[in-house]
Design a protein around this ligand. Structure first.
Ligand SMILES: C[S@@+](CC[C@H](N)C(=O)[O-])C[C@H]1O[C@@H](n2cnc3c(N)ncnc32)[C@H](O)[C@@H]1O
Length: 219
């Protein structure tokens, strides 16, 4: 899969690209390009934003700047999916992650300041996604959230089993994962559930399914 991220802060992604699973996939299943709007802005002195028409606080990422970025990268608006990251988009869920992970190519547009000129969403992007109902200062964290979530779904990202039985997976009927415990089996009087120490894998499977069901039905 090839993912291009348009950003004003490409160096913000350094940490993510050094971490698994993204680090493992780069150069193989995942090709990642970080594209700075300032590198192709048609404006002087690296300008990318401007004051909002009608007045008001903050600056707006210009449509001609985003279009110039797409022109430089693709020679126009490409036919693959272009996602504008915005709190006003459809909400990111595991289902949306699975949908995006099936794409061969994907472009993420992030903004800063007050956000995009609305014409970006209308004419340049083909999708708009929010990572949650709150406002962050820029699209870099949302882009990284999406990159990490998508990367986990690509072949070879995870040890086979750990990517299968996870919260929101079909194997758990879309519910939450069961609790995990590790050594010590007792700490400050807090004991690991006896069933997990029993070695009886049928009982352990049943207990885990039941725990998943209980957690998923909790209000
Ligand atoms: C300060 S926010 C702009 C918020 C916008 N003025 C609003 O009220 O909807 C700047 C940029 O950060 C990114 N951003 C912030 N919160 C986000 C979220 N929950 N999901 C996706 N992107 C977000 C978007 O790219 C957004 O354009």
């Amino acid at each position: 899969m090839r993912i291009d991220v348009f950003t004003l802060v490409p160096h913000a992604f350094a940490w993510l690209t050094e971490q698994r699973p993204v680090a493992n996939l780069l150069g193989g299943e995942l090709e990642l390009r970080l594209i700075n709007y300032r590198d192709s802005t048609p404006l002087r002195a690296g300008q990318v934003d401007d004051e909002p028409y009608g007045g008001g606080a903050g600056m707006v990422l210009r449509v001609d700047v985003v279009a110039a970025g797409l022109d430089a990268a693709y020679g126009g608006v490409p036919s693959h999916r272009i996602v504008a990251l915005t709190p006003q988009g459809r909400q990111l869920t595991q289902e949306v992650v699975e949908e995006l992970a099936r794409e061969e190519r994907l472009t993420l547009l992030s903004a800063r300041f007050e956000g995009f000129d609305e014409r970006v969403a209308i004419h340049l992007a083909s999708d708009a996604i929010s990572i949650g109902p709150y406002v962050l200062s820029g699209g870099e964290l949302p882009a990284m959230v999406m990159l990490d979530a998508i990367a986990r779904r690509l072949p070879g990202a995870l040890a086979e089993e750990s990517g299968v039985l996870e919260s929101f997976s079909p194997e758990l009927d879309g519910g939450l994962e069961y609790p995990h415990y590790t050594r010590p089996s007792e700490f400050r009087g807090w004991r690991v559930p006896e069933v997990l120490l029993s070695g009886d894998h049928r009982r352990i499977d049943e207990w885990r399914k039941e725990q998943s069901r209980l957690r998923s039905s909790a209000p």
